[in-house]
Design a protein around this ligand. Structure first.
Ligand code: ZN
Length: 267
């Protein structure tokens, strides 16, 4: 099945969309020149212009139907650098059975809404949490076909190591094109800093200071845009699972990610 990117713009039916900067009319405020002698200062004109459209791709990891379609999910697809990889996986889950795909979908919707309010056009790589795929190469292709300035895949990890917890942001390493170099590392750094500032601890079991260069993630290796994976935490850690599974926790992750993305695009 051909996957179609779902475009959700700031005007996507959100009641708050009417307040988005992108919809603000161009406003020019001026004072007509005076014909009489006056001590008033010269007329000053201020112009408020619409910010240029900015596109961000959000890629919620996995999908709710993957588990029921093992053959479809196991087929090999291009993974970049001449390698192949499985189409996708089912993702992990908490020890209590809360699945990663549901977490990534929930958090991604929250990030999408927070960005849309600020006039960012969001492209999603899947439309719901009940389908199969799309495969990792198609997710990358959706982003590559877009005008995205940033591509953010949202996941949670499933490390069985005792005491392993904390978030990390994966970026492409080695960089296979210009977008995978400095812009991707900068995007990863801004997200890392945003999550830290929001009170989340960097991972104690992978990467360094919340950053992890990866050459084995197809979504990164295939990307022609600045692209990162946010692994919000370890679902197998009992304490962290409580945060990952809570409404408050998911909202905090989403706001931290959205705020960092707004910083990255200068808004
Ligand atoms: Zn995942």
């Amino acid at each position: 099945m051909v996957a179609v990117g779902l475009v959700v713009a700031g005007c996507g039916g959100e009641p708050v969309a009417q307040h988005t900067p992108v919809l603000d009319p161009i406003v020019t405020v001026g004072i007509p020149p005076s014909t009489s002698a006056s001590s008033s200062p010269p007329p000053v004109a201020t112009t408020t212009s619409t910010p240029p459209p900015v596109v961000i791709v959000l890629n919620p990891g996995h999908n709710g139907g993957n588990g029921g379609h093992p053959d479809e999910i196991a087929r090999q697809v291009p993974a970049g650098a001449g390698k192949t990889k499985e189409c996708d996986t089912t993702g992990t889950q908490t020890n209590a059975g809360y699945p990663e795909h549901a977490f990534t979908w929930d958090v991604t919707l929250r990030v999408r809404d927070a960005l849309a309010i600020r006039g960012v056009t969001v492209v999603m790589t899947r439309e719901n949490d009940t389908g199969v795929g799309p495969c990792v190469d198609e997710r990358a292709a959706i982003a590559n076909r877009s005008d995205a300035v940033a591509v953010v895949s949202i996941h949670a990890d499933g490390s069985e190591a005792a005491g392993a917890h904390g978030f990390h942001v994966a970026y492409p390493l080695p960089a296979l094109n210009e977008a995978q170099g400095e812009p991707s590392l900068r995007l990863a750094t801004v997200l890392r800093d945003g999550l830290s500032k929001a009170g989340f601890a960097p991972a104690n079991y992978i990467g360094q200071n919340g950053l992890d260069g990866r050459g084995d993630l197809a979504g990164l290796s295939l990307s022609e845009k600045p692209s990162v994976f946010v692994e919000c935490g370890n679902m197998r850690d009992a304490a962290e699972a409580g945060v990952l599974g809570s409404e408050d926790g998911k909202q905090r992750y989403a706001i931290a990610i959205a705020t960092a993305l707004l910083t990255y695009i200068g808004r």
